[in-house]
Write a protein that binds this ligand. Structure first.
Ligand code: ADP
Length: 379
């Protein structure tokens, strides 16, 4: 019998959707989850523990072929212990370091000559850093980011002028990145799957929309994106995947500027919110391809199965109740609902809805309606 055993560190919705993809390829999943991670219950072998605790992680890793991740917050010391114990990490330590620290990423992208927003950064006093940056000729507004530990816009501040610096009072960080505010035409995400033997496939480039740093919707493919820019984004993602020796999924978040220039904002080396559409809109989802890639299996086709697939996140406004779910399922039988099995919390990502259609505006309206009902935004 074929049997591959994978450990996922972290038990959020990404682990849940990998767990949903695993059985059809005979992959056994173990997940190291915290006691409050409810998303993977009954979907995988769950080991409850702390990803920051070396013993918990080594215990969970016993007997698995490969270790991969639902998030990028595992401390370096823990990753090094796993390597010394002979475990295989995918992505590699080198790759993970890039996505754990925004300052390190900016420095590395600069060394590689990859286009990115103008930036300045380091450890130290953030106000001095902002002043030094302004002296180089950059103008307000600016974007200030903590170098580590942020997600969904937490740890990112948009400062309109000097007076906004007070919003950073009392905030600690081992390092900072200060960036020019990019007036982009579109935010894009280019995702590739890459396996250890070097096979790489690029998904179609998508448009993402963020409100207050949180992704609200994704349109696949990105509307109004000319072919040459789309291909350039895919090439850039493939180039970054090989430079950073990624194994698994890589998402490259990009700002597409008014003149068509692409600037790299961030990288994620795991399945990513910008690829949730692929569960219902591509031959092989990002979750299945991540598992195939980390196990060095041949990758599945990334071809879209519909002209457009739109994903809308369900961000908690009210708890999802059964009658709302019934309404949504009955109202639009073509809407694909993916619930994450998480406790309700205001603003938390609780689910997403995918809708495929020949028309992107109609797909967005249908998915938005379903998501608004599920989140309790409309009743
Ligand atoms: P996080 O790691 O929390 O997701 P990001 O660096 O991706 O933080 O920033 C979150 C969002 O903030 C981005 O998706 C984008 O919409 C906006 N943003 C970040 N940096 C800039 C920038 N330099 N200029 C304009 N908008 C930005």
């Amino acid at each position: 019998m074929i049997s591959h055993k994978v450990l996922i560190i972290g038990g959020g919705q990404l682990a849940r959707m990998m767990a949903q993809a695993a059985p059809s390829l005979g992959i056994e999943l173990r997940v190291l989850a915290s006691p409050s991670d409810t998303s993977v219950v009954n979907l995988a072998e769950v080991v409850v523990g702390d990803y920051r605790n070396v013993n918990d992680v080594l215990q969970a890793a016993k007997g698995v072929d490969v270790i991969t991740f639902d998030h990028e917050h595992v401390p370096r010391a823990v990753l090094e212990e796993l390597l010394s114990a002979g475990h295989v990490l995918r992505p590699s330590l080198k790759g993970l370091e890039l996505v754990q620290d925004k300052l390190h990423l900016r420095e590395q992208l600069a060394k590689w000559g990859v286009p990115q927003p103008k930036w300045h950064g380091g450890p130290g006093n953030v106000r001095d850093m902002v002043r030094d940056f302004l002296r180089t000729g950059v103008a307000w507004p600016l974007v200030v980011k903590r170098s580590v530990g942020g997600y969904d816009g937490k740890g990112v501040w948009v400062l309109r002028d000097d007076s906004d610096l007070s919003s950073l009072d009392g905030v600690e960080s081992p390092g900072w990145v200060v960036e020019e505010f990019c007036e982009f035409r579109q935010e894009l995400s280019a995702q590739v799957a890459r396996s250890p033997h070097g096979q790489g496939l690029a998904y179609q480039v998508v448009q993402t929309t963020q409100v207050d740093g949180i992704c609200t919707n994704v349109i696949a493919p990105a509307p109004d994106l000319d072919e040459a820019t789309g291909i350039a984004a895919q090439r850039l993602a493939m180039e970054l995947a090989s430079k950073s020796e990624v194994t698994g999924m890589l998402a490259v978040e990009l700002f597409c500027m008014p003149d068509g220039q692409l600037l790299v904002n961030e990288l994620a080396m795991r399945p990513h919110n910008s690829g949730h559409w692929s569960i219902d809109g591509a031959v092989t989802s990002q979750f299945e391809n991540h598992l195939r890639a980390v196990l060095d299996l041949p990758l599945g086709s990334v071809k879209p199965t519909w002209p457009y697939t739109v994903m809308v996140n369900v961000l908690g406004v009210n708890p999802v109740d059964e009658s709302v779910l019934n309404h949504v399922l009955a109202h639009d039988p073509g809407a694909r609902v993916h619930i994450y099995g998480k406790e309700f919390k205001l603003g938390r990502k609780l689910a997403h809805v995918n809708v495929s259609d020949s028309d992107p505006s109609r797909a967005l309206a249908r998915a938005q309606h379903a998501a608004d009902r599920l989140s309790g935004t409309i009743r």
